[in-house]
Design a protein around this ligand. Sequence first.
Ligand SMILES: [Zn+2]
Length: 212
Amino acid sequence: MQRLIEGVHKFRTDEFGNYRKLFRKLSREGQNPHTLFITCSDSRVLAELITQSKPGDLFVAKNVGNIVPPASIQGDTNSTAAAIEFAVDMLQVSDVVICGHSQCGAIAALLAETPVSEAMPHLRDWLNVATPVRETLKRNYGHLRDCHARENAAAEENVLFGLENLRSYPCVQQRLAAGTLRLHGWFFKIATAELFAYDPETRQFSPLVAEP
Ligand SMILES: [Zn+2]
């Protein structure tokens, strides 16, 4: 906790001055983020850092494994679905990014032979939402022997699964039909902090920007 408190102190003394006007404006006018950014709760994936976004830019929904459940899964507490409806319908974001990443613990657990422990029933049920990703891996990636390669392939397939599920939400369907919403699938490689974007034409994830 001491580290957090020191961080708050450092923010107040060193950084806040640069943001004072912006926070005041956002407080007065409310938020108007351009993008709903859905990514993993993993501590190494920081949406604002890797896109150099400011307060007010991104509406971020983090969950374990950046899983986007289909609209048909209501559940009692589907907070990701709530974030989608709020950002797309209420905030009228123009873009939605689903960003998976390398070395994802959720993806590793999804592919693991041993099921998630009985002591973590919520985690087990949540990962079960992405069972179709595991099936896709079995069907199309049998040739991949290396476990990191399999996990990366699963992380990318999980992004595509999420994009497909996004399209099952009525609010997303309406905005897509009106031509006012764009969907993007990204993959973040932790070791090099590189971002890759899915190209529906080539069906590949390619570097989002040329390296400087
Ligand atoms: Zn993850």
